[in-house]
Each structure stands twice: as structure tokens, then as C-alpha cells.
Design a protein around this ligand. Structure first.
Ligand SMILES: [Ca+2]
Ligand SMILES: [Ca+2]
Length: 333
């Protein structure tokens, strides 16, 4: 006679063997005893893809005129003042952390480097400094935005820090006809890498442009404040993701990219909120999910008893479903 314990262990081994076979087939419908589908279209969620990003970590290289700039950028220099130390240049340059004794230090919020300009004590030295991105291809982008971190002064009556657009994607100063944002128009006060500045570029969806970070002072004078910039990114909406989730042996989700953009590095996470004995959280990355294509996420084996909820996150999108566990079987409701 087998004991109750032996019978239970045998059942578990049979279930485990069956579950392993099911996962190996990569077909969520096969060998699934209990199954119920739901389709949820996550519209307008904050899943975005990166068109361009710059953290100023790479050494700067000569631009088309020989001025040092981030690789692929252009740097229009008006004030050549260096004070003998390139860290304190009065035009755009790359710098690591800069420490102040009596106020917030300028510590790069991303990595170890940032872009900077220092004020020129020679007040009659004009500072009219432009840092210009490579051409940004927005031809397939929707709801494009720029985000960057900013350390300087808002509401100055002298200093202007502007984000400008060249709609033709040319890079001379006169090509930047559109001013998107000007720090002097913000409410007065210091802004020391407090939170990202986020601006819409949706007006330029479907075209190619360049952006400039343009810094100047009223008249032909030097700046009053230094400025630091870091962690710049330009992103587009990814469109819609259609998710179909499955119970059965563990939890799986079928994800379709119904947008027009190919997505890369899409982070997913399946979390069981309670009642689980094994495998309460699974994570992974979808390296590539091209427009119109579908892929399947396998959450792996779950072992639990009773009622629970399961949360599926893809990017910043989220879906929560009620679930019931019976050993290795999951019922989604
Ligand atoms: Ca950085
Ligand atoms: Ca130049």
C-alpha cells in the first residue's frame, strides 16, 4: 500500500513533468487543461520607444568645423574663453561633477558626465552658444517628446536657455526658426536637476529635424549663471499593444504590437500578488517586437493554492486579473 504522502508526491511529479513539456513546446494552448482568454488593448499607455538619447558619457570629438562636440553633434562657439582649464569653458563642453560649497552641486543625474557652460567674468564677452543634435528622423514617429535634465536658473532677466528646432534639419544658427522652450519664461527660481523637462515634439511627427540647446544673454553680454544639461532622450509613442493572457500551467501572455513602430527592449513582468508558493514574480525583456508582429511571454511554473490576482506589466502598461491556483494550475478570471 502506498501512503498518502507517496501518492501526493507522485501526483506532483506527474504534474511537474507535464508542465515542463508544455513550456518546452512554446505553445500556450497545448497541454493546457484549464484555460480562459481575455484580450485587453492597452491604448495610450506610457510604453514608448527611444529615437535618440544622449548622456554625454562619450568623449567629445571634432564637429564639421573642428570644435569639440558629442559624437555626431555640432557645437557653435562664440565665446572661446577657457581660463586655462577646459573644465570651466564659457562654451558648451563636457564636465564631470561640479561641486559648490553653499548650494546644490551639479552632479550628473545619469552616468558621470554632463554638458556645461560657465559664465564669463568678462561681461562684455558675448555668449551665444549652440549645441546641435544630429538629424532626428521622426518620419515614423507619433507623439514625439524630448526629455532632459536641467541645472541652472529659471526666470532670469538676462539669461536664456532655449530648446530650438530646425524644421529643415539644417544646422546653421538661422535654420533654428522655432523656439520650443525658454528658461527665462519659467517661474523664477533655481532648477537644480529637480525633475526632467519634458516638451512635445508632436508638431514635427513625420519629418526630420535637428534640435539645438541655445544659450545666450540679453544684448551682447556674458551669462550670469552656469548651466548643466544631462540625460536627454527623444521618444515616440509605441502605439498599441494587444495582450491576450492565458492560465493553465503557469501564466503566459501573447503580445501583439499593433502600432506602426518596431519596438526594442520591451520590459515585461508577471507578478502574483498573494497565495503563491513558488514563482511569485517573473521578469524578462522582449529584445525586438516589430510592428504587426506577435510574441509569447512565458511566465514559467507557478505553484500555489487558492485565490489571488496576477499583474502583467509590459513597459509601463499594466493588466491585472483575478486568478485561482491549484498546485501548478492557474485559472484566470
Ligand atoms: Ca551623463
Ligand atoms: Ca562648430
Amino acid at each position: 500500500m502506498r501512503t498518502h504522502t507517496e501518492i501526493i508526491m507522485l501526483c506532483c511529479l506527474l504534474i511537474l513533468s507535464s508542465a515542463t513539456c508544455a513550456l518546452a513546446t512554446e505553445q500556450p494552448h497545448s497541454n493546457t487543461i484549464i484555460q480562459r482568454d481575455s484580450t485587453v488593448t492597452l491604448q495610450g499607455q506610457d510604453t514608448r520607444y527611444i529615437i535618440f538619447e544622449e548622456s554625454f558619457e562619450a568623449p567629445w570629438e571634432p564637429d564639421s568645423e573642428g570644435d569639440l562636440s558629442p559624437p555626431g553633434w555640432e557645437n557653435h562657439i562664440t565665446d572661446e574663453t577657457l581660463f586655462g582649464d577646459p573644465r570651466y569653458s564659457c562654451h558648451w563642453h563636457r564636465i564631470s561633477s561640479f561641486f559648490y560649497e553653499n548650494e546644490d552641486s551639479a552632479i550628473p543625474p545619469d552616468g558621470n558626465w554632463q554638458a556645461a557652460i560657465f559664465w564669463d567674468p568678462n561681461i562684455d564677452h558675448e555668449q551665444d552658444e549652440w549645441l546641435i543634435t544630429p538629424v532626428l528622423d521622426l518620419t515614423n514617429s507619433t507623439d514625439t517628446t524630448i526629455s532632459f535634465m536641467f541645472w541652472s536658473q529659471f526666470g532670469s532677466i538676462t539669461d536664456h536657455h532655449c530648446i530650438c528646432v530646425s524644421p529643415s534639419a539644417d544646422y546653421q544658427k538661422h535654420h533654428f526658426t522655432d523656439v520650443l522652450w525658454d528658461s527665462s519664461e519659467q517661474e523664477f527660481g533655481s532648477h537644480h536637476y529637480d525633475e526632467p523637462i519634458v516638451l512635445s515634439l508632436s508638431e514635427y511627427d513625420g519629418s526630420s529635424i535637428r534640435l539645438a540647446i541655445h544659450v545666450y544673454a540679453e544684448g551682447t553680454e556674458a551669462l550670469w549663471f552656469p548651466i548643466f544639461i544631462d540625460d536627454l532622450s527623444i521618444t515616440s509613442s509605441s502605439g498599441d499593444l494587444r495582450i491576450t493572457s492565458f492560465g493553465g500551467l503557469g501564466v503566459s501572455a501573447m503580445v501583439t504590437n499593433t502600432g506602426e513602430q518596431d519596438l526594442t527592449d520591451v520590459v515585461w513582468e508577471i507578478t502574483v500578488n498573494r497565495g503563491i508558493l513558488l514563482g511569485n514574480q517573473r521578469m524578462g525583456i522582449i529584445p525586438v517586437l516589430n510592428a504587426g508582429r506577435t510574441t509569447i511571454i512565458h511566465g514559467g511554473l507557478l505553484l500555489g493554492i487558492g485565490f489571488s490576482t496576477i499583474t502583467i506589466r509590459i513597459g509601463n502598461a499594466e493588466q491585472t486579473r483575478d486568478a485561482t491556483f491549484f498546485l501548478f494550475f492557474t485559472i484566470l478570471r
